[in-house]
Design a protein around this ligand. Structure first.
Ligand code: ZN
Length: 240
């Protein structure tokens, strides 16, 4: 373990980079993307189901109205028939009028029954579509349940890793001089999470640009404890 502040700093930076990567991994889990896609499919199935149920409801309402009408006609016919059989002494003319009304009621009822049959036929494709939607939903739901537990498991793995990196980072960061630590945090906040970078050959590993050879020579000759920054990106440049 080094006590050289800049070496501690670059270790802290490495931990911070790992933390960002782990957070990114957690936020972009493949399982969660799949789950999101499934959930929008489920929402679509729910919308289509609701639409079909509205259609079905309207047809059932229509059917109930027709059945009401059939009931009324049947009751009316029974009343007249009862009167016909009860009053055998009724005048022939009255009987004829009653028979004619019974015929009319019978015909009217047949028409309404026909209409009811049509309404019931219209329900068949809707019921079939609803049955398919119920199956689709069950299948999607089962897959979503599996994915949901996979997401939880994958998140737990990342969380465990994150927790241990955060602990290790805190232990290193504690050893940094306050001034260097503050400077690093300010740069890191401003420069997308990277406040310190290694000088590798002639390159700054923070911005990946090449520094002029003369500049690199100058930096290398400076005392190791002196804190220097990259001219191009402004990050603390750590010489190995
Ligand atoms: Zn740079």
């Amino acid at each position: 373990m080094t006590d050289e502040p800049q070496q501690i700093l670059i270790t802290v930076q490495d931990f911070d980079t790992s933390i960002s990567q782990l957070q990114h991994r957690k936020a972009t889990l493949g399982e969660r993307k799949e789950l999101d896609a499934l959930e929008s499919q489920l929402a679509e199935v729910a919308t289509r189901t609701a639409e079909r149920q509205v259609e079905r409801g309207a047809l059932l309402e229509r059917q109930a109205e027709l059945e009401d009408q059939i009931g009324t006609l049947t009751a009316r016919r029974r009343t007249i028939e009862d009167r016909m059989y009860a009053d055998r002494s009724a005048a022939a003319r009255d009987l004829q009028a009653m028979e004619s009304e019974v015929r009319h009621l019978t015909q009217r009822r047949a028409e309404i029954e026909e209409a009811e049959l049509e309404v019931m036929e219209e329900q068949e494709p809707i019921d079939a579509a609803l049955a398919i939607l119920v199956e689709d939903r069950a299948q999607l739901q089962a897959t979503a349940d599996v994915l949901r537990s996979e997401v939880v498991a994958a998140e737990a793995v990342v969380d465990a890793e994150l927790a241990s990196v955060i602990v290790a980072r805190a232990a290193e960061a504690k050893r940094l001089p306050t001034e260097l630590s503050d400077r690093y945090e300010t740069l890191r906040a401003r420069l997308g999470g990277t406040g310190a970078a290694r000088l590798i050959g002639n390159h700054c590993a923070g911005c990946h640009l090449e520094l002029p050879s003369v500049e690199v020579e100058r930096l290398r000759r400076l005392p190791p404890a002196e804190v220097v920054t990259c001219d191009q990106c402004g990050r603390i440049l750590v010489r190995s």
